[in-house]
Design a protein around this ligand. Structure first.
Ligand code: DGU
Ligand code: CA
Ligand code: CA
Ligand code: CA
Length: 194
């Protein structure tokens, strides 16, 4: 992870408007107390919200409830330096692609998929997590999860965990160490590369 070029304390969620590009210039966007303490309480606010078609790139962030996506989103060269409750949540259906960057020090989840569509993760590094990708527990989430050319270290449970039989999961070029499972999913879930 590169050293940040500066630090911004975020006390009001930054909204990336539909179709806009937010380039963070390599800075660290750190959740202030107004957004949450970065622990495991579920009532924290996001540092960034990405409206449909928005692009978030070239930055680091930490704390609170991370990034929320509201539709299609592109996230490029973004580092979650110290994950808060989680690092990113798909709140609404869409196709979300995250390429480059990484995430560190998540108590539990990095990516929380509460809505369907697709989630593609590539050229990513994770170190320290429970589940790197989790579809909403106990729900049928209709999504295609693709992870490629990525590395996962020091996970307590799995790279991907789902309860959904309408999810598909594909791993290509994924390496992991000190993670007990690559995928935890029902037998009926379509899984490849695990
Ligand atoms: O049913 O939806 O942990 O978005 C439980 C909730 C829970 C979410 C999730 C999240 O799964 O709050 O952070
Ligand atoms: Ca949560
Ligand atoms: Ca959350
Ligand atoms: Ca699920």
């Amino acid at each position: 992870m590169p050293e940040p070029t500066g630090t911004v304390t975020v006390n009001e969620t930054i909204v990336v408007k539909a179709g806009q590009v937010f380039d963070g210039g390599g800075k660290l966007y750190k959740a202030g107390k107004a957004l949450g303490d970065g622990g495991q309480s579920e009532d924290q606010k996001p540092v960034f919200v990405i409206e449909p078609g928005g692009v978030l790139k070239n930055l680091q962030y930490e704390g609170a409830d991370g990034i929320h996506t509201m539709g299609d989103a592109t996230i490029k060269d973004v580092w979650a330096r110290d994950v808060g409750e989680d690092a990113m949540t798909m709140k609404k259906p869409g196709n979300v692609t995250w390429s480059g960057g990484g995430a560190f020090n998540a108590n539990d989840k990095i990516f929380q998929l509460n809505a369907g569509g697709s989630f593609t993760l590539e050229n990513f590094t994770a170190d320290g997590f429970g589940k790197a990708v989790r579809t909403n527990g106990g729900h049928q989430i209709d999504t295609d999860i693709v992870i490629r050319n990525s590395e996962f270290k020091n996970g307590k449970e799995a790279i991907v965990r789902t309860d959904s039989t309408s999810a598909t999961i594909s791993l290509e070029g994924v390496t992991f160490s000190n993670v007990p499972n690559d995928v935890l999913a029902p037998d009926a879930t379509e899984v490849s590369g695990a």
